[in-house]
Design a protein around this ligand. Structure first.
Ligand code: URA
Length: 213
């Protein structure tokens, strides 16, 4: 499950699966949904950062000196795809407080059905950072592919995609467009419905975390 060369990693840890089941339940209240998303985001972050390089630092414990591992100072950027990405962002940021943060806003043009950018603000020096894109639902993949296109245009070369749920269609679309971007998810569901929602899924992640419906 943790091979860095793999395009797709499914985090099948029992804690993740248990929390995800509660989140899927339509009767789970907004506050619980949001809290669980925060908790799962940290468990998923564990996996998406598994390959961060380490360096050795010489320290002194109360007992003696030692050479101990420490993060190699590789700069990180977390990029949230608005608005649902923000539900994953906070938990990951808590684990990696020094990460820089960016936001990509896209909406779907109802005529062309193509994603249109309405906001783009990302940290400088993306070419020098590991960029972790967060969005809970990888559904059609249209907005994810568009967001990664924008980030590559802004210089990013080392990108990972972190989501909670994915549809086979979205994974295939991302793999075709961006085979160099590994995906970490808690589950791959059966399919998309006719309006692009993941089935069985959990509904609209933004509405469920912000209580907008
Ligand atoms: N976005 C969501 O919030 N839910 C889906 O099922 C698909 C896209």
């Amino acid at each position: 499950m943790t091979d860095s060369d793999r395009h797709l990693t499914i985090v099948d840890h029992p804690l993740v699966q248990h929390k995800l089941t509660i989140m899927r339940d339509k009767d789970t209240p907004t506050a619980v949904f949001r809290q669980l998303l925060r908790e799962i985001s940290q468990l998923l972050a564990y996996e998406v950062t598994r390959h961060l390089p380490l360096a050795i630092k010489h320290i002194e414990t109360p007992m003696r000196e030692m050479d101990a591992p420490t993060l190699a100072g590789k700069k990180l950027a977390l990029i949230s795809i608005l608005r649902a990405g923000n539900g994953l962002l906070d938990g990951v940021l808590e684990l990696i407080p020094s990460a820089r943060v960016g936001f990509v806003g896209l909406y779907r043009d109802e005529e062309t059905l193509k994603p249109v950018q309405y906001y783009f603000k990302v940290p400088e020096g993306l070419d020098d950072r590991l960029v972790i894109v967060v969005d809970p639902m990888l559904a059609t993949g249209n907005s994810s592919v568009a967001a990664v296109d924008l980030l590559k245009n802004a210089g990013a070369t080392n990108i990972r995609f972190l989501c909670l749920l994915a549809a086979p269609e979205g994974i295939a679309r991302m793999k075709e467009a961006h085979p160099d971007v590994p995906i970490v998810t808690a589950a791959v569901d059966e399919k998309l419905n006719e309006v692009g929602y993941i089935v069985p899924g959990l509904g609209d992640a933004g509405d469920r975390m912000f209580g907008t419906k």
